[in-house]
Design a protein around this ligand. Structure first.
Ligand SMILES: [Zn+2]
Length: 214
């Protein structure tokens, strides 16, 4: 078995003891007359071991279409954002004063909108997106959703950037998308400023949990 020739340093270096079949790089460079300090040897051993490890990285890419403003979008998408903004007036937010409006364009051409509803018992608060999906399922059961626009308003201060749905809403949106079998485009808009558009709910929740995992 190969090992670093310096017994003192071998004792100091846990990594070399564990993987003593690996020479540290300084031992090799100095003709096995290692005088390096333990810290340096450990660093080299970790690097070498990482190279030999089966671990690998997986890149998950996300594509977001960015529009400078809603005016750059298609007329039906701009209209959907307007519906979401109108829905802000339906919000009941006496505690956070953070309004979320959302609007869905369904496969049958109909549009429904919703807003968040808070409660003195905070866990009972319902997000705008959840209210919206419940309305879609109830009013037009079995009809897919093509697009959803979401906008926010904090107090009286107009938002100039898109805000993304919370984790619970992403999971709820994903379930709806999967059960309908059609991707739902997600449009995120502030009162002004850039607008983000995603091709599918899966882009909001790339490493998701779903019924197929049960
Ligand atoms: Zn939410």
């Amino acid at each position: 078995m190969l090992s670093c020739i310096s017994p003192i340093l071998r004792v100091l270096c846990d990594t070399c003891i564990l993987y003593s079949n690996i020479f540290c790089a300084l031992c090799v460079l100095r003709g096995l007359n290692c005088i390096c300090i333990a810290v340096v040897r450990r660093q080299w051993s970790v690097v070498i071991f990482s190279y030999l490890s089966p671990m690998r990285e997986k890149q998950i890419t996300l594509t977001v279409q960015v529009y400078d403003s809603a005016d750059e979008m298609r007329s039906d998408e701009k209209g959907l954002i307007e519906e979401a903004k109108k829905a802000l007036t339906k919000a009941y937010v006496p505690y956070s004063n953070f309004k979320v409006g959302s609007a869905a364009l369904l496969d049958n051409g109909e549009t429904l909108s919703a807003a968040n509803q808070e409660n003195a018992s905070y866990p009972v608060c319902v997000c705008s997106e959840v209210v919206l999906l419940s309305a879609c399922s109830s009013v037009y059961p079995g009809v897919s959703i093509r697009k959803i626009a979401i906008t926010t308003l904090s107090g009286t201060q107009a938002s100039n950037s898109p805000k993304a749905p919370c984790g619970q809403c992403r999971q709820t949106l994903l379930e709806f998308e999967k059960r309908s079998g059609n991707d739902i485009e997600i449009i995120l808009a502030g009162d002004t400023g850039p607008v983000y558009k995603l091709a599918s709910v899966k882009d909001l929740l790339p490493l998701h949990f779903s019924a197929t995992d049960l």
